[in-house]
Design a protein around this ligand. Structure first.
Ligand code: SF4
Length: 389
């Protein structure tokens, strides 16, 4: 009897947009340790705000959606034809949603790192719901939309374990905008139209919430946020009910109530010419930003300025989608190459040499004490640097 030759196992590795691709870009060594171990992070506080924010916004939207008849007051940013009014809840009401999400996170061992961080989380989420909600909620066609697709892995000189990979993610919010059904006072429509010219008819806008400050152009997060939206647009376009995706919006929630990091980022962006949304010359906002010192509060900054800092519109075109897909394909190739290198060398640090440039990430990293190159300790780099791969 002739025995069949066993074919090598066919692997199609699965990569999540945020959990894998963006995590790998943040630091490949941290990514390797987290993904090669069943242990949860020892300090899950880093995850707390992101999950708290997404959970509370989604819960508020679901409640608003199911109880629209309760909200009967007029609002200028949507027409009645949408059958929608804004929430305008009191902070206490929003606190009920936030409490529900917070207690669920607590059961998973995720807590805010301090009372200040918790209070700031509650404040930011309340501002997001009451200031952005009126513009955003009535346009939402779908929240937490799952998207998935497969892509080829580019090959270079290293033989990899796969030729294709699966990429998947969750779009926070998919909005459906029909020009003429949304009034000029709707901030989302205004922002999209100010960046994307020649829009007509019905189109979709992908929205992603970021529990962070607005990055400067010089920071890698600026480009990565763009690639993320472009890739979501490609994944969404392959679904049968998809409309043309005109734009993506990143909402940097921290800019709604800016703290020290946001103000330092803004001032340094202005000084270096690496940020795009500036206060109007001669305005009170400009004076407040110029005079700001750590410890000053920012309550007097105008809502208009804070909203403009929070909202970033990214135009979506076939070319920009292709650029982002090429980048992420290459990131998967690099991660798969690291897997092969580790299996050859048996040395994790050598194969997944750390790449993080963000001091905050390194300060909170579980692996910093044996990391050869934490971003905040250049002297460690000199002492511990192994032979670079
Ligand atoms: S300390 Fe920084 S560079 Fe080192 S593994 Fe952690 S995140 Fe990466």
């Amino acid at each position: 009897m002739e025995l069949e030759i066993k074919q090598p196992e066919h692997i199609v590795p699965s990569y999540s947009m945020t959990g894998d691709l963006l995590s790998y870009l943040r630091c490949r060594l941290q990514y390797r340790y987290h993904n090669g171990s069943a242990l949860p992070p020892s300090r899950p506080v880093q995850q707390w705000f992101g999950e708290f924010l997404h959970g509370t916004l989604e819960l508020s939207f679901r409640f608003w959606q199911e109880n629209q008849s309760l909200y009967s007051f007029p609002w200028p940013c949507t027409q009645r034809t949408w059958g929608s009014d804004p929430p305008e809840w009191d902070t206490n009401d929003i606190g009920k949603f936030a409490d529900t999400v917070e207690s669920s996170l607590r059961k998973q061992g995720k807590e805010a790192r301090s009372a200040d961080a918790r209070n700031s989380g509650y404040r930011r989420v309340a501002t997001a719901i009451n200031q952005l909600g009126p513009h955003l909620f009535p346009l939402i066609a779908s929240a937490e939309k799952k998207v998935i697709g497969t892509r080829p892995v580019p090959t270079l000189d290293v033989e990899l374990r796969c030729s294709n990979y699966e990429v998947h993610g969750v779009i926070d919010v998919l909005t459906n905008i029909t020009l003429g059904h949304v009034t000029d006072a709707n901030l989302i429509r205004l922002c999209v139209q100010s960046v994307c010219s020649g829009l007509a008819g019905e189109y979709e806008v992908i929205v992603d919430y970021k529990g962070s400050k607005r990055p400067r152009y010089s920071e890698p997060y600026w480009q990565q946020g763009n690639w993320q939206l472009q890739t979501y647009a490609w994944l969404r376009s392959r679904q049968p009910d998809a409309l043309p995706v005109a734009a993506g919006i990143l909402i940097y929630i921290n800019e709604l109530t800016p703290g020290t990091k946001e103000m330092q980022g803004l001032k340094s962006g202005i000084a270096n010419g690496t940020t795009d949304i500036l206060p109007e010359p001669g305005s009170l906002d400009e004076q407040l930003v110029r005079m700001w010192r750590p410890g000053n509060n920012t309550d007097q900054l105008s809502l208009d300025f804070r909203l403009r800092r929070a909202i970033r519109v990214v135009p979506i075109t076939p070319e920009s989608i292709q650029t982002a897909l090429t980048e992420f394909d290459d990131i998967v190739r690099r991660a798969e190459t690291d897997i092969v290198q580790e299996s050859y060398s048996g040395n994790i640090v050598e194969a997944w040499y750390p790449t993080c440039e963000d001091k905050d990430t390194c300060v909170a990293c579980d692996f910093r004490h044996f990391c050869p190159k934490p971003a905040d300790s250049p002297e460690n780099y000199e002492l511990n640097t192994p032979t670079a791969p």
